[in-house]
Design a protein around this ligand. Structure first.
Ligand code: PLP
Length: 400
């Protein structure tokens, strides 16, 4: 009979996927379900990027490339890091993989041994913990409190560090809270890392361009140059350029780390798709106005969602600095009763009630490690959002 590997033992099917499956089933049954769970922009990949991919196919760029990215792609990434982050990386300090996810996976596979710990700032993207576990590491959660803007507190970080800590993984702006760090907010965290040089940093900057109210984006290796030799700066084209399906992410870091990550990738997927690499080059080097337009659209949606949620009795929602998620508290609804007579005793129960009785799918905060909350993705049209918010308000009104 089938016997899975031991390392899969601790890894379950994500709760998010289960909710997605229920939503899909209800949709098949003809229900008008609105899913606010997406981790990808609803916009399309820009045309000039698609044309670049077509040209690459016609020009025969259909063969293996350099393992962790063609020289042209690495040059485009190096230029991006210089232009947008004031970071200088040479070609052998840059890696490209099939999404930021593969880059992070490579880093863990290349560095973690059993018993090694990775500090995760909860609530966090659920994949982080499972990626640590698949690489035989141990995730160490540190809770980021709502009254600290869902940001990691430097003292809490310091207390969580042990001799076995290998990495801190920091994601700004954050999935699922949308919280982002200013220079002043990042500084104390980097001061702690300075005192513990055995702890390296992964800066997951994938939502860099989705940051609002003209807040400047800041990344650790640029803010504190002494940290650069112990930092992997991760980014990608998925969220910025609406290119989730193309699967290109990248990282900049010390060359020994980058070389070890290439070994991992060489024995799994080899290079990211050559055609996708051509598309990523076009995205990184082509016109950037699309970033500004889309950022403005996301900011309008964020404000619509936050303002509407805060008018609902029992719900309260912090205005996030970035990404395309709100992470609202539903603490005020806990203990209330549905029209059908069941008690809302958790964020999971609230989300099930919303989905089953009011046709809106959002993700319970308990999936991400901080409850009672729910994550709402506003990567969908304003029209969809307005209708969904109307349903959420009605669902809450009907609780007693
Ligand atoms: N990091 C975070 C925080 C994410 O939310 C995601 C995608 O949901 C990724 C990384 C992965 O992005 P990619 O498509 O580049 O693998």
């Amino acid at each position: 009979s089938f016997r899975p590997a031991k390392r899969l033992g601790a890894i379950g099917v994500s709760e998010i996927l289960k909710i997605g499956a229920v939503a899909q089933r209800l949709k098949r049954e003809g229900r008008p379900v609105i899913v606010l769970g997406a981790g990808e922009p609803d916009f399309d990949t820009p045309d000039h990027v698609k044309y670049a991919a077509e040209r690459a196919i016609r020009a025969g760029q259909t063969k293996y490339t350099i393992l962790d990215g063609s020289m042209e792609l690495k040059a485009a990434i190096a230029e991006k890091f210089r232009r947008e982050n004031r970071l200088d990386y040479a070609a052998d300090e840059i890696t490209a993989g099939a999404g930021a996810k593969q880059v992070i996976h490579n880093a863990f596979m290349a560095t973690l041994s059993p018993g090694d710990e990775v500090i995760l700032a909860a609530p966090y993207w659920t994949s982080y913990a499972d990626m640590v576990k698949i690489a035989d590491g141990t995730p160490a959660d540190v809770l980021c409190h709502e009254d600290n803007g869902f940001r990691l507190d430097a003292d809490d970080l310091e207390r969580a560090i042990t001799p076995r800590t290998r990495w801190l993984l920091l994601n700004s702006p954050s999935n699922p809270t949308g919280a982002a760090y200013s220079e002043a907010q990042l500084r104390p965290i980097l001061d702690v890392l300075k005192r513990h040089p055995h702890v390296w940093l992964i800066a997951d900057d994938i939502y860099e361009h989705l940051i609002y109210d003209d807040m400047p984006f800041v990344t650790a290796a640029a803010l504190e140059p002494s940290q650069k030799s112990r930092t992997l700066t991760v980014n990608g084209v998925s969220k910025a350029y609406a290119m989730t399906g193309w699967r290109v992410g990248y990282g900049g870091g010390p060359r020994e780390l980058i070389a070890a990550m290439a070994v991992v990738q060489s024995q799994s997927t080899t290079n990211p798709s050559s055609v996708s690499q051509a598309a990523a080059i076009a995205a990184l080097t082509g016109p950037q106005d699309v970033l500004i337009e889309r950022r403005a659209a996301f900011q309008r949606r964020r404000d619509l969602v936050v303002d509407t949620l805060n008018r609902i009795d029992g719900v309260s929602c912090r205005r996030p600095e970035g990404a395309f998620y709100t992470y609202a508290s539903c603490a005020g609804l806990i203990g209330r009763r549905t029209a059908a007579g069941s008690i809302i005793d958790s964020d999971g129960a609230f989300c099930r009630y919303l989905l089953e009785h009011h046709d809106v799918a959002v993700v319970p905060g308990s999936c991400f490690g901080l409850a009672p909350h729910f994550r709402l993705s506003y990567a969908t049209s304003e029209q969809n959002l307005r209708e969904a918010l109307k349903r959420i308000a009605k669902a809450c009104r009907e609780l007693s």
